[in-house]
Design a binder for this molecule. Structure first.
Ligand code: ADP
Ligand code: MG
Length: 245
């Protein structure tokens, strides 16, 4: 059974459909990347799936359950979906370790000791074990993103959503973060990742979806979609338009 099935998802703002019938499946252990022009609805799609934004119509089925129903426990749903944002969204007044512990203490009701040991484990996984006591202002962008990923993983989500995780990073930091997300891919962590970063897309995914005009216009393995797709619009988007023809 698919972990996540999105069926004919529509989201309109002021009567204008941003998502216009999106279908998407994600299996356990699978990684899919969503690419597409700015403003095509990538963030809206992620936000509709965990109900940060209310879909206009269509279904999101999470482990067999339609989570667009009004009686859905939205809080429980969001705890099953880890979210990593472009701008890290860390609490400035908390150390890296305490940023990770917060959800474990408040939402998972873990003891202080249990939460510390869990948070330290996830920091090690992100090669950040020496930085737990630092505040976000004392960390580089790449380090902040690694803390944000550690925080999401600590909650043991069924799936991790990324919304342009490398967009705010310089190329060097971006590669560090890609290497760590690649490790999660090798560890079979289920992920759905919105990105413009072709390097990231290639290193973490089985499948790339191209979203345009509110629909999934193409889906395929990364090489095919990024290199030699038959749709000239997609080739042009990835800068692969054949010259002189
Ligand atoms: N809360 C909102 N109210 C009105 N329009 C919105 C809102 N959120 C997003 N939009 C519009 O929906 C479109 C898609 O936005 P978004 O999902 O952020 O695109 P992407 O992430 O692909 O760049 C944009 O035109 C944006 O202006
Ligand atoms: Mg976006």
């Amino acid at each position: 059974m698919a972990l996540l099935e999105v069926r004919k998802l529509v989201k309109a703002f002021d009567g204008k459909a941003v998502l216009d019938g999106v279908d998407l499946d994600l299996e356990e252990g699978q990684v899919k990347v969503i690419m597409g022009p700015s403003g095509c609805g990538k963030s809206t799609l992620l936000r509709c799936i965990n109900r940060l934004t209310e879909p206009t119509s269509g279904q999101v089925i999470f482990r067999g359950e339609d989570v667009t129903r009004p009686d859905t426990d939205v809080r429980a749903l969001r705890q099953r979906i880890g979210f990593v944002f472009q701008n890290f969204a860390l609490y400035r007044h908390l150390s890296a370790l305490d940023n990770i512990k917060l959800g474990l203490r408040k939402l998972r009701a873990m003891s202080e000791q249990e939460a510390t040991s869990r948070a330290e484990h996830e920091l090690r996984r992100m090669m950040m074990q020496d930085h737990g006591a630092k505040y976000p202002a004392q960390l580089s962008g790449g380090q902040k993103q690694r803390v944000a990923i550690a925080r999401a993983l600590a909650m043991d989500p069924a799936v991790l959503f990324f919304d342009e995780p490398t967009s705010a990073l310089d190329p060097h930091m971006s590669r560090e973060v890609v290497a760590l997300i690649n490790q999660l891919y090798l560890d079979n962590v289920t992920m759905l990742c919105v990105t413009h970063d072709v390097f990231l897309a290639r290193h973490i995914s089985d499948r790339v979806l191209f979203l345009d005009h509110g629909c999934v216009r193409a889906e395929g393995d990364a090489d095919h979609l990024l290199e030699d797709h038959e749709d000239p619009h997609i080739r042009a988007f990835f800068g692969r338009e054949t010259q002189g023809q």
